[in-house]
Design a protein around this ligand. Sequence first.
Ligand code: CA2
Length: 145
Amino acid sequence: MKKILVIHGPNLNLLGKREPDIYGKFTLEQINELIKKEAAQLKLEVKIIHSNHEGEIVDTIGNASSEFEAIVINPAAYTHTSVAIRDAVSACGLPTVEVHLSNIYSREEFRKTSLISGVASGQIAGFGIQSYILGIKAASYLINK
Ligand code: CA2
């Protein structure tokens, strides 16, 4: 079975516990259950990791090509700051789908720039937890096309 890697960036472990108006009421654990269900329906194996640490995310992406066929990543705040994650995505050579719960283009100015989008296969933003489901579907499409 083809395997995909889902990466949750910093502070996403707070989902459902703080700021529900912006990010919704679902916890990261609940989102992960939905991701696993969607992946199973698409006949994909999925590994899900969360990290608050930029270097750990860089290492994870750097090692991904030996095990996975695609990446779905919510880089969270690192979206707007991390040249290191951008370079890791670019170097790993895997199709990569960038996802965001919120519409980063309708929020503060600093969120309107994604350093990741230019090296991702595409971006999905603004659909709450559905952004992850759409992201898994996009990864499946990219693997099988
Ligand atoms: O909309 C998204 O998915 C974001 O990637 C979420 C990031 C934010 O920095 C990006 O600009 C957009 C924030 C993730 C932290 O989530 C929290 C959840 C609850 C309480 C506080 C933060």
